[in-house]
Design a protein around this ligand. Structure first.
Ligand SMILES: C[S@@+](CC[C@H](N)C(=O)[O-])C[C@H]1O[C@@H](n2cnc3c(N)ncnc32)[C@H](O)[C@@H]1O
Length: 140
């Protein structure tokens, strides 16, 4: 992703991050993305949520990690983040959960004019054999 974007994100939020923004990373995993962002933009404040406790114990001063299942809703007030980021959740969240829960929750916690950035894979396999053809049409 860093190679593609020549950085850690593609939304036009560089100025906001430099001034000091509130950032949420959904499915933050090992916390690499958020720790790199926190080092690059130190005036901003970061929260990572993940269903598993995968984050490092030693973390930047401006980062907080919360163990939480997003399918139970986000534990934040409406309009409380400038930027919400979710990356590589395609194998963890079903299409219906994206539509019924995740998009709605991410938008609910975004401030007006905030940015939601979702980066993920195309799971369609190209030039498939018989089994991958079944996978392509299975609805995943
Ligand atoms: C493939 S990893 C991606 C991690 C990170 N975003 C990245 O790009 O490296 C998917 C992450 O989503 C988390 N996850 C899966 N289901 C979740 C849920 N319902 N709520 C919160 N996190 C979830 C997993 O624990 C895992 O850390």
């Amino acid at each position: 992703m860093r190679e593609v974007w020549q950085g850690n994100f593609s939304s036009p939020i560089d100025d906001a991050l430099k001034k000091g923004a509130r950032v949420l990373d959904v499915g933050s995993g090992t916390g690499t993305w958020i720790c790199e962002m926190a080092a690059d933009y130190q005036k901003s404040e970061y929260i990572g949520i993940d269903i598993l406790k995968l984050h490092p114990n030693i973390k930047p001063f401006n980062v907080q990690f919360i163990q939480h299942n997003i399918l139970k809703g986000l534990p934040f007030e409406d309009n409380s983040f400038d930027y919400v980021h979710a990356q590589m959740l395609i194998f963890d969240i079903t299409s219906s959960d994206w539509e019924n829960i995740v998009y709605k929750e991410c938008c609910r916690v975004l401030k007006p004019g905030g940015w939601l950035e979702i980066t993920d894979l195309d799971t369609t396999c190209y030039n498939p054999g018989p089994l991958m053809s079944q996978f392509n049409t299975s609805g995943k």
